[in-house]
Design a binder for this molecule. Structure first.
Ligand code: FRU
Length: 483
């Protein structure tokens, strides 16, 4: 069907056909970007262009598996109210016939330039990769210009995800790559006009800069300067779990250090995970007109038991995180939800709880809500919280742990981080997602979860006498418009 009809028209039909199904799904998110049908993965092309925020996303509108990807497209004036636009890029050229894969956007002389990876497979399922350009005057209609950078020697076709930015008078592109020895790298290319690109070489990677073995492939790199540090965000695949680290199937994290474009080098420290939860991958950042560095991630993970998500029966899977403002403090990235989200708040409920050990306080919350928990003094130990009889948070003996039901409901699983003390929590719940900001963004746990729709209780307990402030705001406004 899809081959014989106009591709974009088929997408609109797929979305319309799924409208009532998704509308009745108890797990549907109300203020997070999700696909109106099918599978969503990486955020792409984040840009603040002529006063409008654009978030594109990897999208298979025709099924809940990773098929041929298009670029879905959401726009917003304020980072809270989003409208779904027609798909920006669809896989309809020889160089992207099996998917318009991840990439980025920049503005140049009033035009929007999208860079993406054209994914092509032959009859033997062998992959070719092309780094491609599409240009737009209005940010809505895109003209594909074709490949601008071919696969350099020394690399396998796992070479993708161009992120472009301007440095002085030239344009730079960082890409995720695998070299022919099977090592993951972040590599650099440069251009003076955005159309012709020259490959420069690796800036960081497995067995580079004394890093040791660090994964067989690096995906979705992003390189920028923030608060006096150069930051390389990257998603290495193939790291082995070590204690509380690298527990997810693939990792999303960063290095800070010193980038030298002239020498094509990046001296950096150790790798740190960006998010300590279960569902966070392929983040991308943009700098908006106010100068803020804003990050959006994918609340999901490729190949990680995706077929157990209960939303498959409503023909959709995955969502994006809230936009988060980044800062760097003592070499560590701090993440805060954008303050614009406060405009979604409904009536506030605020309690001062004078809590005693072994007492449990329970509140009923809205399934779409923001929750703040503030302690009278830094807690060194002894806090627990249960959310909708599914997520359990425990702070004990210097460790902050988040536990949830597995998606197939056959067991429990957990993620944890060492934490000196606990001052505050800010939690965004949206029916089947929780983003838990610990100590004003020092750590974040992003989790999908699929609790019973009837159970909306949150309970908290402390192991020593404390005054605990508990605030709740229902986030009432449905802030996503699907066409
Ligand atoms: C990351 C990723 C990217 C690729 C895209 C394809 O999740 O594998 O490397 O461009 O997804 O959808």
């Amino acid at each position: 069907m899809v081959q014989n009809m106009n591709y974009r028209k088929c997408i609109v039909e797929a979305v319309n056909g799924n409208r009532s199904v998704i509308g009745n799904d108890v797990h549907r998110l109300r203020y997070h970007l999700m696909p109106p049908a099918g599978l969503l993965n990486d955020p792409n092309g984040l840009i603040h262009f002529k006063g409008v925020y654009h978030v594109f996303f990897q999208w298979n509108p025709f099924g809940t598996k990773h098929g041929r990807k298009s670029w879905g497209h959401y726009v917003s004036q304020n980072l809270t109210d989003w409208t779904l636009e027609e798909a920006a890029l669809v896989p309809d050229e020889w160089y992207d016939k099996d998917g318009c894969y991840s990439g980025s956007a920049v503005e140049h002389e009033g035009k929007m330039y999208l860079f993406f990876t054209g994914n092509v497979k032959n009859e033997r399922n062998e992959r070719s990769t092309y780094q491609c350009l599409a240009v737009s005057d209005d940010g809505m209609n895109f003209e594909k210009k074709g490949p601008v950078l071919n696969l350099p020697e020394g690399y396998t076709p796992h070479f993708r995800d161009p992120k472009v930015w301007k440095e002085g008078s030239r344009w730079l592109m960082v890409l995720g790559a695998q070299n022919v020895s099977g090592q993951g790298e972040a590599v650099l290319a440069q251009s003076s006009d955005l159309e012709e690109w020259e490959f420069l070489g690796p800036v960081a990677g497995s067995n580079i800069n004394g890093l040791g073995n660090f994964g067989y492939m690096w995906e979705c790199p992003d390189l920028f300067r923030l608060d006096g540090e150069d930051v390389l965000i990257v998603c290495p695949q193939g790291l082995e779990a070590k204690g509380d680290f690298y527990q997810n199937l693939y990792q999303a994290g960063y290095f800070t250090g010193s980038f030298d474009a002239g020498k094509v080098s990046f001296e950096h420290g150790t790798f740190a995970e960006l998010d300590r939860g279960f569902d966070f991958y392929a983040p991308q950042t943009m700098q908006d007109d106010t100068g803020r560095r804003i990050m959006v991630g994918w609340m999901g993970m490729t190949d990680d038991r995706e077929q157990s998500h209960p939303t498959l029966s409503s023909n959709w899977i995955h969502a994006l995180t809230l936009p988060r403002v980044l800062g760097v403090k003592a070499g560590k990235i701090i993440q805060k939800p954008v303050p614009e989200l406060e405009t979604l708040r409904g009536a506030e409920t605020r309690y001062e709880l004078n809590m005693h050990p072994s007492e449990i306080c329970t509140e009923t919350v809205s399934p779409a809500s923001e929750i703040a928990v503030n302690f009278d003094e830094s807690l060194k130990n002894g806090f627990e919280m249960e959310i909708r009889k599914d997520i359990r948070i425990v702070f004990e003996n210097g460790k902050f742990t988040v536990e949830r039901d597995t998606f197939d409901k056959t067991g429990r699983e957990q993620r944890a981080v060492e934490l000196e003390c606990l001052d505050k929590l800010q939690i965004y719940l949206d029916h089947s997602s929780a983003e838990i900001f610990v100590n004003a963004g020092e750590e974040v746990f992003t989790c999908r979860f699929f609790p019973d729709a009837e159970n909306n209780d949150i309970s908290i307990g402390v192991s020593e006498k404390h005054t605990v402030e508990f605030c709740q705001w229902p986030l009432e406004r449905e802030s996503i418009r699907l066409y």
